[in-house]
Ligand binder design. Sequence first.
Ligand code: HPA
Length: 274
Amino acid sequence: MEYTFEQYRQSADFIRGAIGSFTPEVALVLGSGLGFLGDEVENAVVVDYKDIPHFKASTAPGHKGRLVFGTLKGKRVAVMQGRMHHYEGYDYKDVSYGVRVMRLLGAEKLIVTNAAGCVREDWKAGDLMLITDHIKMFMESPLRGENLPQFGPRFPDASFLYTPALQELAKGAAAELGIPIREGVYMYFPGPQYETPAEVRMARLLGGDAVGMSTAPEVITAGHCGMDVLGFTLLTNMAAGILPQKLTEEEVLAAAEACKDKFSRLVLACLERM
Ligand code: HPA
């Protein structure tokens, strides 16, 4: 569905009523496995998606469906605990709605995380990847339809969606912590079925290093409204066709759980330095 600027404003005003003069610096959209970081926010004010005008609920397993405002690593944050996905039936305007609302509340930076399949045969499940760029060939843009110039231009540049300075910051933080980190391109697939082996081979040929079902819509939207973006992928599994076995949601969630300590330490170290 299409939203007017006024509707985004109404959502932001409702939240403003709960958080008062608090202005988030960094917005976080946390994917499978990292939602718990929302529980570590200090002096938290929690707003459920279902209470916010025009907001949609989030139904994916492991996603909570609430916004948490407060401080984390000394930064004023807005944490989306649970994102919306196109495969849940939401259109991209809904999927990226929260990003615009957090922008209206003052957030100028966005950290996004996700779980994804590893396309690179020389990497392994459990590796972390700094997202340097993405490929989103499937489905329409979240910016399709009438442009809302209050957020950004009709034809926004996408050369630096993943902010180079934040990538440098993340590499520095990873090195300091001794956490190995890959760098690569996230290729978006709409899901909810995992990719076929042929699709994974296609992704590899096209320059994709990871395949996943989220993130790109939110990042396009964030870039449009001028936010700096830092993105991380947890490679929970080798993508389809690489190993002689089926992919399961249990495997993905188990890997996310197993890696959440190193993943969260890295994300928090970046947040601290931002
Ligand atoms: N493909 C798409 N999305 C995913 C995967 C995958 O292999 N693993 C976790 N999320």
